[in-house]
Design a binder for this molecule. Sequence first.
Ligand SMILES: NC(=O)c1ccc[n+]([C@@H]2O[C@H](COP(=O)([O-])OP(=O)(O)OC[C@H]3O[C@@H](n4cnc5c(N)ncnc54)[C@H](O)[C@@H]3O)[C@@H](O)[C@H]2O)c1
Length: 250
Amino acid sequence: MTRSLEGKVAVVTGGGSGIGRGIARRLAEDKAAIAVWDLNPEGAAETVRMIEDEGGKALALTADCADKAAIQAAAQETRSKLGPITILVNNAGIAPFTPFMDIGEDEFDKVIRINLKGPWLVTKEIVPDMLAAQWGRIINITSSSTQSGSFAQSHYVSSKGGLLGMTKALAMELGGTGITANMIPPGSIDTPMLRQAPIDAEAYGKTLPVKRLGQVADIAAAAAFLASEEASYMTGQTISTNGGRYMGSA
Ligand SMILES: NC(=O)c1ccc[n+]([C@@H]2O[C@H](COP(=O)([O-])OP(=O)(O)OC[C@H]3O[C@@H](n4cnc5c(N)ncnc54)[C@H](O)[C@@H]3O)[C@@H](O)[C@H]2O)c1
């Protein structure tokens, strides 16, 4: 049994910042070739620079991971430059804070489109590669807010709750094909997204059982395990990497 991902190709959506960057760097350290898909070209290029500096192999692609044509184009380029994709991390997301009565339909639809329909489209595009290989890892980045609720985020929590359900449904449907689907609901990880939230992040970290904010490496470690051969008997499961913020099950 090995942790090495040598010879495998991973797509990390939203890999140009925060958690996605951390996961991309960690999977590259474990020897996977990484395709960083992000709306933000500078962020994606910076992640690739970091991976190359660390001795890894990576490709930056600018793509709206909720746009079918952009996803197809990014997948084609990834396949032709790196090979078939058998590890997928659905991480790209947005997390606005708006009180329930102030959320308009446009804002609701945008959050659902990026956080839920996007992962559905990307997964649909990539699963055929995994089926052909009879091996695959789908790792969905959900949110601890699906477990606890979150103030002024009814659209966000709905989208991540949908992704939670999709993960379990995929795990069931793809079971027996060598493909697993699992999720990581992060809680309070120190990223640009957290720093933009209307909370005092530093003070909040001190209220957690572990008395600190999480680092992207904390999520990356969980993702590396789920991507590995050692996690082949885990599917439809949740690794709650949240400093003890929420201690219930999925
Ligand atoms: N930071 C936390 O504490 C926390 C907690 C719970 C869940 N999450 C989830 O983790 C994931 C990563 O969050 P983060 O904190 O690293 O945020 P971040 O804002 O630092 O990074 C998000 C990245 O996703 C990209 N992105 C956004 N929309 C996109 C789209 N349509 N297509 C392609 N790329 C897109 C952004 O350009 C950015 O590079 C998100 O899904 C978020 O909801 C984070």
